[in-house]
Design a protein around this ligand. Structure first.
Ligand code: NAD
Length: 481
């Protein structure tokens, strides 16, 4: 018998304590070899004045134990509170969010009896970097940051996951027809890493039509890998259409630590009534048991749970007259699963977890720096006027040696030297400067240009260099350019 594994547990808010109690009772009854270290996170911690919702001593527990089973928490309404989930994922570098969304037909009502999709969502980057600024009276900005190592890690994880769990296909969802740099990089790395997995079928869908297809015929998908925001949205939809958002677990995996949870929130309206479905958190705990190399316990719990569903013992969210046999509360559902430990479902497919096989996830190294040239600069202005021609003609006269104003755009659309009077302009303007053909510029010239603009009384907001990496332009054109 192997030694107990220390894990950190948080009971959370709302329905959290009830579903955590049910989950722990089940896995302990199944013989999970764990030592529990309980921490307090969430609403109480936020309301005590800690804006991140977690105390320093709790971080110590997480970093020591490296395995976190977390019930959902409530983020108080109002500004100033940082999402604990996002903070935990990013602080502990839990880059892969794994969300299996499976139909349990005919025992749980669904339009998609054959649905069995695993969504693997990038968990650290994208618009969730939380870097937002108001730049003018009218315009706010959120930075979408995508890194090469971030893409490499999550895409390799998806292919390795598919290989380990015998899945046949990995589908990538992006919007690279519009976001050619950010989503374009994700797609390009999908193709690059995919080439190392010829045994696995692979395809790419644009996220909009891909999501429509997922909502219409989810059974054609197997593993889906996508960026953070898209993954957040489609995994909730996928879980809901599979049967109930209360049924899906979620694993957040990093190179050192991992966090396991339900995908749903704290459902405060259902709290304290012994009605919540503990299945989502229980499925998170099953993922945890596999992660801590107790596949025998994971398998026992998972099969007993399937048998309970099959026997028609259902919480209110999945109870259906004619389909279900007994409507039970959280505690009674847990008791029913415990009573079925050691049993397997006879109609639903039993699960089988094995030990020994591991994913091959080498650390992502940093590549040698590329040859980098500055091929221009975008200078953003807060300007109260509305006439692009007036701005263009005035600012053009301020060109410094080696720099030439080539274009002005407003919300990405070219409005000078050409444009349509129909284009609506806000107070947020981008001036694009380019050097003479075949030449580059330097930082000093950018500073000189800023000085000239500032000297003429314009309010600049920020600059973005137009960079060429290894001779290739690495920025987008203005729309209409
Ligand atoms: P929610 O997922 O908590 O609840 C939405 C609805 O889904 C509930 O009203 C309920 O009808 C149903 N539901 C959810 N879980 C269920 C379960 N286990 N059993 C039965 N029915 C269930 O979403 P929300 O109402 O938007 O969010 C409530 C709070 O949860 C917010 O404070 C939010 O910030 C937080 N939240 C936390 C997490 C997390 O901790 N991982 C995730 C999402 C939302």
């Amino acid at each position: 018998m192997s030694q107990n594994v220390p894990i950190t547990v948080a009971y959370g808010d709302g329905i959290g304590p009830e579903i955590m109690d049910a989950t722990l009772r089940i896995i302990q009854a199944a013989g999970a070899r764990i030592d529990i270290d309980t921490i307090e996170v969430g609403e109480k911690v936020y309301l005590s004045g800690n804006t991140s919702g977690i105390a320093d001593s709790s971080w110590d527990s997480l970093r020591r134990n490296k395995v976190f089973l977390k019930a959902p928490i409530t983020t108080p309404q109002g500004g100033g509170y940082k999402s604990l989930n996002v903070t935990t994922r990013k602080m502990l570098s839990l880059y892969a969010n794994v969300r299996p969304c499976i139909a349990y037909h005919p025992y749980v009502d669904t339009h998609y009896p054959n649905m069995d999709v695993v969504i693997i969502r990038e968990n650290e980057e994208d618009l969730y970097a939380g870097i937002e600024h108001q730049q003018t009276d009218e315009v706010v900005q959120c930075l979408k940051l995508i890194s090469r190592p971030g893409c490499e890690r999550i895409i390799r994880y998806a292919f390795e996951y598919a290989r380990l769990y015998g899945r046949k296909k990995v589908t990538c969802f992006t919007k690279d027809n519009i976001m050619k740099q950010t989503d374009g990089m994700f797609h390009a790395i999908f193709d690059e890493i995919g080439a190392e997995y010829p045994d696995i079928e692979q395809e790419h869908w644009i996220i909009d039509i891909g999501s429509a297809k997922l909502a219409d015929t989810p059974e054609v998908f197997d593993v889906i890998v996508t960026l953070n925001l898209y993954g957040d949205i489609i995994s909730d939809i996928a879980a809901q259409i599979a049967g109930s958002v209360g049924m899906a677990g979620s694993a957040n995996i990093g190179p050192n630590c991992a966090m396991f949870e339900a995908i749903h929130g704290s459902a405060p309206r259902r709290a304290g009534q012994n009605v919540a479905n503990p299945s989502g958190l229980l499925m998170g705990a099953v993922q945890m048991l596999v992660h801590i190399e107790q596949p025998d316990i994971a398998e026992n719990v998972h099969n007993a749970w399937l048998k309970t569903l099959e026997d028609g013992i259902h919480t209110y969210d999945i109870y259906k007259e004619g389909l279900s046999k007994e409507k039970v509360g959280t505690k009674e559902f847990a008791d029913a699963v415990i009573a079925r430990l050691g049993q397997k479902p006879s109609q639903l497919k039993p699960v089988h977890y094995t030990t020994g096989k591991k994913m091959n996830l080498p650390a992502v190294g940093r590549k040698a720096p590329a040859a980098k040239e500055i091929a221009g600069v975008d200078i953003f202005l807060h300007w109260h006027g509305t006439d692009a021609m007036e701005l263009g003609n005035a600012v053009k006269a301020l060109d410094v040696p080696g720099m030439s104003l080539s274009m002005i755009s407003n919300r990405g659309i070219m409005v000078w030297p050409k444009g349509f009077p129909e284009t609506y302009c806000t107070d947020h303007w981008r001036l694009r400067y380019k050097p003479a053909e075949g030449t580059t510029i330097n930082h000093q010239q950018i500073v000189n240009q800023l000085n000239a603009i500032m000297g003429a009384g314009y309010d600049f907001i920020k600059t973005e260099n137009l960079v060429r990496f290894n001779g290739k332009d690495a920025y987008s054109l203005g729309q209409g350019q």
